[in-house]
Design a protein around this ligand. Sequence first.
Ligand SMILES: C=CC1=C(C)c2cc3[nH]c(cc4nc(cc5[nH]c(cc1n2)c(C)c5CCC(=O)O)C(CCC(=O)O)=C4C)c(C)c3C=C
Ligand SMILES: [Fe+2]
Ligand SMILES: [Fe+2]
Length: 367
Amino acid sequence: MPLASRYRAEPAFTHGQAAATGVLLCNLGTPDEPTPAAVRRYLREFLSDPRVVEIPRAVWLPLLHTVILPRRSSRSAAKYASIWTPEGSPLKVWTERQARLLQGWLGEAGHRVKVRYAMRYGNPSIASQLDALKAEGATRILVIMAYPQYSGTTTASVIDEVNAWAGGIRNVPELRFVRGYHDEPGYIEALASRIGGYWRQNGPPDHFLMSFHGVPQRTLHLGDPYHCECRKTARLLAGRLGLAEGDYTVSFQSRFGRAKWLEPYTEPTLRALAGKGLERVDVACPGFTSDCLETLEEIAQEGRDAFLTAGGKDFRYIPCLNAEPAWIRAFGEITARHLAGWPTQAAPDAQAQERTRQAAAALGATR
Ligand SMILES: C=CC1=C(C)c2cc3[nH]c(cc4nc(cc5[nH]c(cc1n2)c(C)c5CCC(=O)O)C(CCC(=O)O)=C4C)c(C)c3C=C
Ligand SMILES: [Fe+2]
Ligand SMILES: [Fe+2]
């Protein structure tokens, strides 16, 4: 009788294979479809993560299942439907494209690595893409997140998930994590090029608002560096754009639940700016490297309505970095720097291996 193993099945014989290096770009995740059922599946996984909601499980899980999921799934599905594209959810479309462009950039820079992308919640899952990299021969994997600012709610949750995967296999690859890049000159430069370029084409605004995703205020007092990192990104970006202190505001969006989140909140800030008589406000979301529900619906639609209803005249949303060439270059450079010291050899090519095996067998047959 075979011995039971506590590990999942994995490619068994890798000796003699070229050791490959993998890069996994992780983003938050998004529903598979803009339907209440698919949104519910996604929210259930997301909001059950103890890194995201720190309320004791015994209190939170019954509330989540009886109140939050039934109410929020259909409301959020309608919002997702308003931003959905023929190719799918914007977050997934941009993340997939960024991974492809990152692969191209690293290849041109001479790094032979396999780049894949994964979602912390939903598909493609982190475990499925780590399995795929491993099946492609990866013995070293660099994990980089779509989040420039570190937060226990996002970055650490990806790290948890990667480590949970490693706990389920026998032959664990060497793992590295890029913890964040909120003050990397290339990231700041790419943002400045995106926003400065927009102003050169369309003229500057009366005021510039940088809106970051919020987190519960309590996490700041418990040591989460997220708030400080957002403020630093904003300060560096404002400096690079040549803005004076009164020219811009930093705010936090997407509050969830009744607890206090990081302040000031974005929507009341937009109303206050309109109330001060500032007619043209531009909003960017530097903490999101790709457009998603939180930027396209919450800012570009709801934020615009709030500002115009409060008497503002001209609201302009400046899109995220997405596939901006300066960002792909900066992202490539950050990734390459974290690959340093790893020989980035070619990933084994299954067809080439088969040809070699057949050639070896043929040689053996003639001897
Ligand atoms: C419940 C608490 C939440 C915390 C804490 C939180 C932190 C956090 N989130 C992002 C980035 C994104 N969040 C997105 C959507 C989203 N966020 C929450 C809740 C929390 N986020 C919910 C419930 C949702 C789903 C949509 C909804 O029902 O409102 C997204 C967009 C995903 C998409 O599909 O487009 C992103 C991106 C960060 C960076 C962060 C902490 C730093
Ligand atoms: Fe969120
Ligand atoms: Fe939101």
